[in-house]
Design a protein around this ligand. Structure first.
Ligand SMILES: O=P(O)(O)O[C@H]1O[C@H](CO)[C@@H](O)[C@H]1O
Length: 301
């Protein structure tokens, strides 16, 4: 039997699971919750960095399991809820827990919350993550502003924008040369100086995970210009920028990547959690001040 062109689409890769109407329905469901104000900024809390959500004022929590069509968190260090509230006078929403490709979620599922937050009204997406350090001038515990990324899964065809494009989400073709907002990077640099928190800047590489990198993979990533590596962030950043959001990314360097065969096998997750805990206060301090420093004009239509 001849195969029809439409059945030839690899639905695992295609961004077709959630229609615009479905995303809108989820956004409206959340906005109808008592006490929820339309957020201006969305914050994705990386592994072990959920403490940031606890600092919001006038909080409203909504568990992922109670949101229709939402995935649930399966990774230790990701609580699995949206937290609405204020930082200063700005209404924000925090994802206390994100979704990863290695959990078995499709790219549509991984990036669904970004589109939901966009339709709730956010103008800025701040994505945080825990990452392994590849740069010999950086150290565990450092905070790094993401100035660009290398999205390895997308280069291999796992781009969240693969599939039929609904222009209400964004254009079919979309350039990424200004993916991470230079304006927000400048605000962050100023805030870092004022708080006396050292902020590195560098390139984040995404490995789909869940395996940590081999020695040869780490060396390859360094050779192509990566400073840190993690298993997230790029999908959410691409979908946010496609939707016209300004994107800010920050990595907490939780472990050194292993570049030497004399080390035994290493799984870094427990260290990731403990460094997240020990550096959590600086992450909170930085974001509370950073959000307050974002000019009102950046958060307007
Ligand atoms: O990127 P986040 O979610 O911060 O988490 C990072 O930490 C986990 C590995 O310990 C992986 O999920 C990796 O991506």
């Amino acid at each position: 039997m001849p195969i029809k062109a439409s059945t030839n689409i690899n639905m695992d890769r295609a961004q077709t699971t959630y229609t615009y109407e479905k995303v809108e329905e989820i956004a409206k469901f959340l906005l109808a919750k008592p006490g929820v104000k339309p957020p201006k900024i969305g914050i994705i809390c990386g592994t072990g960095l959920g403490g940031l959500a606890d600092t919001l004022v006038d909080k409203v929590d909504v568990e992922y399991k109670d949101i229709p069509s939402f995935p649930i968190s399966t990774v230790k260090g990701h609580a699995g809820k949206l937290v609405f509230g204020n930082i200063g006078k700005t209404p924000v929403v925090c994802m206390k827990g994100r979704f990863h490709m290695y959990e078995g979620y499709s790219m549509s599922q991984v990036t669904l919350p970004v589109r939901v937050m966009k339709l709730m009204g956010i103008k800025v997406l701040c994505a945080t993550n825990a990452a392994g350090n590849l740069n010999k001038n950086f150290q565990v515990g450092d905070l790094m502003i993401i100035k660009d990324h290398i999205f390895f899964p997308a280069l291999g065809g796992f781009n969240p924008l693969v599939g039929p494009n609904d222009p209400r989400f964004g254009p079919r073709f979309h350039g990424l040369s200004d993916l991470y907002s230079r304006e927000l990077k400048a605000v962050a640099e100023k805030v870092g100086k004022e708080l006396n928190i050292t902020l590195r800047e560098g390139v984040y590489a995404m490995n789909a995970g869940p395996s940590f990198e081999s020695v040869a993979e780490c060396k390859m990533m360094i050779a192509v210009g990566a400073d840190v590596v993690g298993m997230s962030t790029c999908p959410e950043a691409v979908v946010a920028a496609h939707a016209g959001l300004k994107v800010f990314g920050m990595s907490l360097l939780t472990n050194d990547c292993i570049l030497d065969y004399s080390f035994g096998p290493a799984s870094h997750h427990e260290q990731v959690l403990s460094v997240g805990e020990s550096r959590g206060d600086d992450v909170k301090k930085f974001f509370l001040n950073f959000i307050k420093a974002i000019p009102d004009s950046t958060l307007e239509d």
